[in-house]
Design a protein around this ligand. Structure first.
Ligand code: GCO
Ligand code: MN
Ligand code: MN
Ligand code: MN
Length: 385
């Protein structure tokens, strides 16, 4: 009946269900929720885990004693309700000190402070049992490119990530790091704006094996890109370390909509891709309830994210079992053993392929049946198959 259990690996951030509905134009519409209460509620809904930024839990100016008390209370709630913390991350965007970036600030003091804050946050994450550490560089970008940091910024970013990877190894934390790209918001132009950019950058790090990506549905969509294609590229590279699920209208402000609420077919494609790929990491919802909602609406939002995923997962199973859909797929994919063999390079194969005759006109005439297949997919999603 599409009720989630921890085996489904659904996670939420403290900042997601804890979102108070504040936006650039308006005050909060909901009171803040305490972290232990969020843990209790998420566990009750069947989630697997909860993720956090350092300051979602511990205020930036907390004393050491306060920090320890807050963390102890949170750990107690986790163990009482059986929730885990698979991922942790740093808030390097809220404090005014980070207004021009953290690792890519033009100010060496800010860059060093960002390293210090991240090391402390990594300590916290490790204490809570996190194995994945996310870097979302929300403030790592520019409005004024006359500031001249384009060539330096990526180097500063690289040095910081190299430092933090060494720190993790030296401490024995064993983190896997996931870079989360976003094209804009809050900065006009954020560095490493897409999954492809992040994958390219990872190859320039000292320990590329420790780094992967945390793609987000909304972020590629804001850039006008196809999210499933980006995820497929990350999977192909063995770099899908984490994923942020939500929804978004193209080319708009960052909406963080309930998963599947806007682009249902895109969500289906994604779920099918994830399930087919064997991805076994957490399925994290980085989204929040609409500003119009009260607390009941927040839990309706959280239930809806998980329910939609499970329904689409079931649709993916139906898709694979549907004879008419499978026949359409078999029509579309035409394999040829002999040509496959010939396409493995040897000088003889190359010579033979160069001489081969192809019926180009017939290739061009062949209909692929994709209109039919797509409508079958729609019918399946409409629930009439
Ligand atoms: C956003 C981002 C963030 C990050 C978070 C964890 O658009 O605000 O998606 O929510 O995911 O900071 O890294
Ligand atoms: Mn986002
Ligand atoms: Mn967002
Ligand atoms: Mn995110």
């Amino acid at each position: 009946d599409f009720t989630p259990t921890p085996a489904d690996r659904f996670t939420f951030g403290l900042w997601t269900v804890g979102n108070t509905g504040r936006d650039p134009f308006g005050e909060p519409t909901r009171p803040p929720l305490r972290a232990p209460y969020i843990v209790e509620k998420l566990a009750g809904l069947g989630a697997y885990g909860v993720n956090l930024h350092d300051n979602d839990l511990v205020p930036i100016d907390a004393s050491a004693a306060e920090r320890d008390r807050i963390v102890a209370e949170f750990r107690q709630a986790l163990s009482d309700h059986g929730l885990v913390v698979p991922m942790a991350t740093t808030n390097l965007f809220s404090d005014p000190a980070f207004k021009d970036g953290a690792f890519t600030s033009a100010d060496a003091q800010v860059r060093a402070y960002a390293l210090q804050k991240t090391m402390r946050s990594m300590d916290l994450g490790a204490e809570l049992g996190a194995h994945t550490y996310v870097f979302w560089g929300g403030r790592e970008g520019t409005e004024v490119d006359a500031g001249g940091k384009l060539l330096s910024a990526l180097g500063w970013f690289r040095d910081s990530l190299n430092f933090l990877a060494e720190y993790s190894e030296a401490q024995g934390y064993g983190y896997r790091f996931a870079l989360e790209p976003k094209p804009n918001e809050p900065r006009a132009d954020i560095f490493l704006p897409t999954v492809g950019s992040a994958l390219g950058f990872i190859g320039t790090l000292d320990r590329p094996d420790l780094f992967g990506v945390n793609p987000e549905f909304a972020h590629e969509t804001m850039a006008g890109l196809n999210f499933a294609h980006a995820v497929a590229q990350a999977l192909d590279a063995g770099k899908l370390f984490h994923i942020d699920l939500n929804d978004q209208k193209m080319s708009r402000f960052d909406q963080d909509l309930r998963f599947g609420s806007e682009n249902l077919k895109g969500a289906f494609t994604l779920v099918k891709l994830l399930e087919d790929s064997g991805y076994d990491g957490p399925l994290h919802f980085d989204a929040h309830a609409l500003r119009t909602e009260d607390e009941a609406g927040v839990w309706a939002f959280a239930r809806g994210c998980m329910r939609t995923y499970l329904i689409l997962k079931d649709k993916a199973r139906q898709f694979d079992a549907d004879p008419e859909i499978q026949a359409a797929l078999a029509e579309y994919h035409r394999a040829d053993e002999e040509l496959a063999a010939l396409s493995r390079f040897t000088p003889e194969n190359a010579a033979s392929l160069k001489e081969r005759t192809f019926d180009r006109a017939a290739l061009g005439r062949r209909g692929l049946g994709l209109e039919h297949l797509d409508q079958l997919t729609n019918d399946l999603l409409f629930g009439i198959r």
